[in-house]
Design a protein around this ligand. Structure first.
Ligand code: PLP
Ligand code: TYF
Length: 398
């Protein structure tokens, strides 16, 4: 019956993770998968999560179905978090949200409803983007194109190219944008550049789908919301997928949200009902426990502050590792220009390492990075960053 099925090659990043786990060298370094590792190389349990999880677990009781859209408290708290509380009060009646299965689930729910009601629109993702963007939108039946984004000569954003490509898109095109901590490059837009993008989105009547998986890893929770906030303030209708996998270190709980900002309360009602219809036909309703953890933390002023502090600690540690990697490489290969390590933000950096150089790092040094040259900065630690800097300098210089 199934013999005609081709084999799925698997996700290259997850395969790399398997290869890393199987690596016998004790001083191996994991710069592959996009999961935040702490200074001991472990996925942390956040203090705020550790404080509420046992309390919630001790008080579980029966587990009824959640509403299709998930917990109302969670949805409201998340919307307030991503919009900021003043803006939330102002635009709340035209804003809707559903509790999703991670950021990926939010993207899928969103693109299913878009395919139904914007059947002729094309989707555009940055070149490059998180590979699952293309996979998810194609699975929903969209044709996925790209807009210029990364400039390999500067290791920054090709902003003129990006703007020109946005300007050439047909009206009602769906544009996937990373508000902060671009995956895979770490190259983000400045605020002025976002303002220019917003003008084009409004002028060309484009539909932005913002994907926020790392809020707080660039500059701060509120600061990283700039693109979302500015678009809402400009009166643009949008979809926003939110992932808490990294920022709460709750990968397996699958926590996220799909937020929609529309023109008025009537549109909002329609939009929410279609999100619900999409969920009903996908997985019917979301799981309970992870969302309870997050809602409990966000609803309590002290726990929320502690969580924001923890996000700040993760961010600061990654910035320090960027500094140390940069300094270590400059000391060993002064002629290399690696200043982009300092301007790129969030968990990832596109290093410019070629696939052959990445392979040398793996084979000769036990350092695992993605073939594209993407590194996950959180895999760097005080006790390995000098060795990584030396190995990078060696393979880039040869
Ligand atoms: N969007 C981007 C840009 C990501 O990098 C990721 C995960 O790495 C996601 C969405 C999906 O997050 P989740 O694991 O919560 O589905
Ligand atoms: O970009 C990354 O590394 C993260 C982790 O199927 C990831 O998105 C990779 C593959 C996958 C799920 C998560």
């Amino acid at each position: 019956m199934f013999s005609h099925l081709p084999l799925y090659a698997g996700d290259p990043i997850l395969s790399l993770q398997q290869a890393y786990l199987a690596e016998p060298r004790a001083d191996k370094v994991n710069l592959g998968i996009g999961a935040y590792q702490d200074e001991n190389g472990a996925i942390p349990t956040l203090r705020s999560v550790a404080a509420v999880r046992p309390v919630l677990a001790a008080d579980l009781g029966p587990t009824p179905y959640q509403p299709i859209a998930g917990s109302k408290q969670y949805r409201d708290l998340v919307t307030e978090l991503v919009l900021g509380s003043d803006r939330y009060r102002k635009v709340g009646e035209r804003t809707v949200a559903i509790q999703s299965l991670g950021g990926s689930g939010a993207l899928r729910v969103g693109c299913d409803l878009l395919k139904r009601y914007f059947p002729d629109s094309q989707v555009f993702i940055s070149a490059p983007s998180w590979p699952n963007h293309q996979a998810i939108f194609e699975a929903a039946g969209f044709k996925v194109g790209s807009y210029r984004y990364f400039d390999a000569t500067t290791n920054g954003v090709d902003f003129d190219g990006m703007l020109a490509d946005l300007q050439a898109m047909p009206a009602r095109s769906i544009v996937i944008l990373h508000p902060a901590c671009h995956n895979p490059t770490g190259a983000d837009l400045t605020r002025d550049q976002w303002d220019a993008v917003i003008k084009v989105i409004a002028g060309r009547n484009l539909l932005p789908f913002l994907d926020m998986a790392y809020q707080g890893f660039a500059e701060g929770i509120d600061e990283d919301g700039y693109a979302v906030h500015a678009m809402v303030d400009a009166g643009i209708s949008l979809l926003l997928s939110v992932s808490f996998s990294k920022t709460f270190s709750l990968y397996g709980e699958r926590c996220g949200a799909l937020v929609g900002v529309s023109a008025d309360a009537d549109e909002a009602k329609r939009l929410l009902s279609q999100m619900e219809m999409s969920i009903r036909a996908n997985y019917s309703s979301p799981p309970t426990f992870g969302g309870k953890i997050i809602a409990r933390v966000l609803a309590d002023a002290a726990l929320r502050q502690d969580w924001m502090d923890e996000v700040g600690e993760m961010r600061t540690r990654m910035l320090r590792m960027r500094d140390r990697l940069h300094a270590g490489m400059k000391a060993r290969a002064p002629s290399l220009n690696v200043d982009y390590l300092l301007s790129q933000r969030g968990m990832f950096s596109y290093t410019g390492l070629s696939a052959a150089q990445v392979e040398r790092l793996r084979v000769e040094h036990g350092i695992y990075a993605v073939n594209s040259g993407r590194i996950c900065v959180s895999g760097l630690r005080d006790d390995n960053v000098d060795r990584v800097a030396a190995a990078f300098a060696e393979v880039m210089h040869d």
